[in-house]
Design a protein around this ligand. Sequence first.
Ligand code: AMP
Ligand code: ZN
Length: 439
Amino acid sequence: MVDNKSPYFNPERETLTREGIEALQLERLQATVKHCMNSPFYKKRFEEMGLKPEDIKSLDDVRKLPFTTKQDLRDTYPFGIASVPLRKCVRLHSSSGTTGNPTVILHTQKDLDEWANQVARNLWMVGLRPDDVFQNSSGYGMFTGGLGFQYGAEKLGMLTVPAAAGNTLRQIKFIKDFGTTALHAVPSYVTRIYEVMQQTGVDPRKDTKLRVLAIGAEPHSEEQRKRIEAMLGVKAYNSFGMSEMCGPGVGFECCEQNGLHFWEDYYIVEIVDPETLEPVPDGEIGELVLTTLQREAMPLLRYRTRDLTRVLGRTCPCGRNHIRLDRMRGRSDDMIVLRGVNIFPIQIEKILMQFPELANNYLITLTTDNDNDNMTVEVELEELFTDDYQRLLDLEKNIKRALKDEILLTPHVKLVAKGTLPVSEGKAVRVVDKRKVYQ
Ligand code: AMP
Ligand code: ZN
């Protein structure tokens, strides 16, 4: 039983010293590499490289290991990377956002138990206890945000409401009727919930008991988080998940909200230059690479997440020494290159969110007009003020100027009425690329 008064769900693991973390990591890494020899994919790769599990003698030796990519998962679709026979597996998930062969992730019962522990640890970390009521607005299916949070919240001992995705009116009814204190939602959907609350006269502060939000699964800016907190009168914590690693629970913010703790008893965290694949110094942005340390069905070595982030620190006032990473700054593969300029959609979002006149929903469209590549940013207005045309023009001009400062080129800006842009109930689609492909 976990002590209700303890700030830690698993005090022994969460408060490990750096030495303690590293000792555990080395032991787990060696066991993982050995176990990977049961995977036809890794066995072959080790043979090709002339590498043996015994070659891993220190934590630094992780760099001797081969990288694994999403393409590897696709190439070995469906079961070719697994390190256990299929009969030992009890669950299959599939990663979102891919084209072609999906990527399949297998779990043994032990994997599922550990995953639930990870999620429970995170939710405990932000102050949730068995008396809380947890509502999950993720889809319950192949997407890991559904079942992942369900089992974790149950493990913690909360009354857990599998509201699932969509049906915002019902979502709000549940929040009110069941006394929901904590909600998991993708950030773009929180805005939608708030809009419908406004339309139906629900005041989240007076009419609900909401106090904690877990927001994640898609990139968002600090400004967007602050808005969500102000809208609902809650604390919103960034939650990083990835199906290949298990799902939600990989990294989560503590009450300090100073970056995401990535759990180093479960993963070895590396940040590398996406071009050279060499490690970058702490504080510099690079690609997040993760090696699983506890996974049984499908351990992955040096998995290239394509997510860009940086190390913020390895200590924290909360008492946890697990590495702290910055919120994701984009992906090494969603970068927009427009007229030779590299742009991350999150940069644009950051600017838009600084304008109180703007609502949260926006869409970036890339087009080729007369052989010129252009960017149009459509963004919804918080409230329409069509009677004041000059004010609209000024606002547009100011947004353009601010965007130019940030991304070094001036996009077209279109201010549209709230509710005009498409709203997805899963991950938001922020970029539509209609440019000509040059042969
Ligand atoms: P999935 O395949 O559905 O598990 O999606 C995993 C991907 O979602 C990650 O590689 C990230 O690109 C993105 N993601 C998940 N959580 C976050 C978060 N908190 N912030 C930014 N991106 C996230
Ligand atoms: Zn902390």
